[in-house]
Design a protein around this ligand. Structure first.
Ligand code: ZN
Length: 425
């Protein structure tokens, strides 16, 4: 199996950038994505109210390091973006080891890994380091310098918008706010870019597609706040993240469950023979939390390998480009392609989705000469088709539920289409 592909190359290129919920790392990431596929940017000023949140001040970081009492630089942000707590405020001073300790973060149980820490909404500063290094620190005065700035600026998110035959949308979303972490954020970004390029080449898109690259939580909230008119058009979506590791796949259902994206994703996984599990919605994880908040309740599920926080490398320096493989990214991208193809397919093929033109009460078949012996319509099949054709059940699913042969339902659907009692979504 090829151990390299465009997704892994992009991931390696983006890996060193220090992303956060605002700032140059996010903009540089969006610029690089824009070299692959056109991205529309939206920038919101600090202080802007978005739903119940406020866009924070922007964090700008130039350098950050700690020097030991002997003058040796022992922690340097230039060497690894995880060394610095994201949103650290500026510091320039001398500290005793005792004073420094509360600002240090390490993992005693994983002594060679650097943890990932943030302090977005509370002013603080800190450094993350391997526990093994921390244990070597002796008494004395340490020089600490963080050349950062937290001041009014912008929050930035990007969208790839691909119009289709209808204005109904499929939303794909990847968060872009983590610094040097490969599976968590970069795998989703790399796959979303790959899928954007693949979708852009398809000329027969029934759906319009929107691929959102936004900082986690606040970015998704900002997008939701800015796109109220788009939301009723969203027919399905997937939050893509953690898709490049070695684990089995997890599909997490939308909050409402049973949406087309849920049924299709579950079936594609089942038929793929790949090792996977299906999980009900829960209000923790990634941006499905925002898309599926009760006021929106969008039909958006989430696909990952391993799931949020479920592997030891999560939020540490061990989540690096070696942990994520090209093969794993390729398999995940293929899986999402199959899901999207199936979402498209069921709007085209005869065993797919229909919508009745009379949904409130049954249509009066007798008046149209369609009822009972008088008509040439298979009444029982027609009643099943009419009742379940709400754009949420395919003929194949209606066949399973009714126990009637699919061919009878297809026949009835043809007759109902001719009499304008049924349309395609
Ligand atoms: Zn994360």
């Amino acid at each position: 199996m090829d151990d390299d592909n465009s997704m892994h190359r992009l991931l390696r290129e983006l890996y060193p950038l220090c992303r956060s919920i605002t700032g140059e790392g996010v903009r540089r990431t969006l610029k690089r994505i824009g070299e692959e596929i056109p991205v529309q940017w939206t920038e919101l000023e600090s202080g802007t109210r978005v739903l119940d949140w406020v866009i924070p001040d922007e964090w700008r970081i130039r350098e950050a390091w700690v020097e030991a009492p002997n003058g040796k630089r022992i922690i340097d942000f230039q060497e690894h973006s995880l060394h610095l707590v994201s949103y650290s405020e500026p510091v320039d001073g001398m500290f005793s080891l005792e004073e420094l300790q509360p600002h240090l973060h390490s993992l005693p149980e994983r002594p060679d890994w650097i943890p990932y820490r943030t302090s977005y909404y509370q002013r603080d500063w800190g450094f993350c380091l391997p526990h093994r290094l921390r244990e070597t620190l002796g008494a004395g005065r340490y020089r600490v310098r963080i050349d950062s700035e937290i001041s009014p600026g912008h929050l930035t998110y990007g969208e790839v918008i691909l119009p289709g035959e209808t204005t109904e949308e499929i939303l794909l979303s990847a968060h872009i706010c983590h610094p040097s972490l490969a599976n968590d954020n970069l795998s989703g970004i790399a796959i979303a870019v790959e899928l954007s390029k693949w979708l852009a080449k398809r000329k027969d898109r029934r759906f319009s597609y929107r691929i959102l690259f936004a900082p986690g939580t606040i970015g998704a909230i900002a997008w939701l706040s800015n796109n109220r008119s788009v939301l009723p058009l969203v027919r399905g979506g997937l939050v893509l993240n953690g898709l490049g590791g070695p684990h089995p796949w997890t599909y997490k259902q939308s909050r409402r469950g049973g949406a087309r994206i849920d049924k299709v994703s579950e079936r594609v996984l089942r038929e793929s023979g790949l090792s996977h599990r299906i999980e009900g919605f829960s209000p923790y994880g990634y941006d499905e939390r925002q898309f599926c908040s009760p006021g929106f309740d969008l039909p958006v599920g989430s696909l990952s390998r391993g799931g949020w926080g479920s592997y030891p490398e999560y939020h540490t320096s061990a989540d690096n480009p070696e942990f994520v493989t090209a093969k794993s990214l390729g398999e995940s991208a293929d899986l999402v392609r199959r899901i999207l193809e199936e979402m498209e397919r069921e709007r085209r093929t005869e065993d797919g989705l229909y919508v009745g033109t009379v949904l409130c009460g049954e249509p009066q078949l007798g008046r149209r000469g369609l009822y009972g012996a008088a008509g040439d319509l298979d009444t029982m099949a027609a009643l099943w088709v009419l009742n379940y054709s709400d754009g949420e059940h395919t003929l194949r699913e209606i066949a399973d539920r009714s126990g009637l042969a699919l061919s009878r339902l297809v026949q009835a659907a043809r007759r109902l289409m001719e009499r304008d009692l049924l349309t395609r979504p």
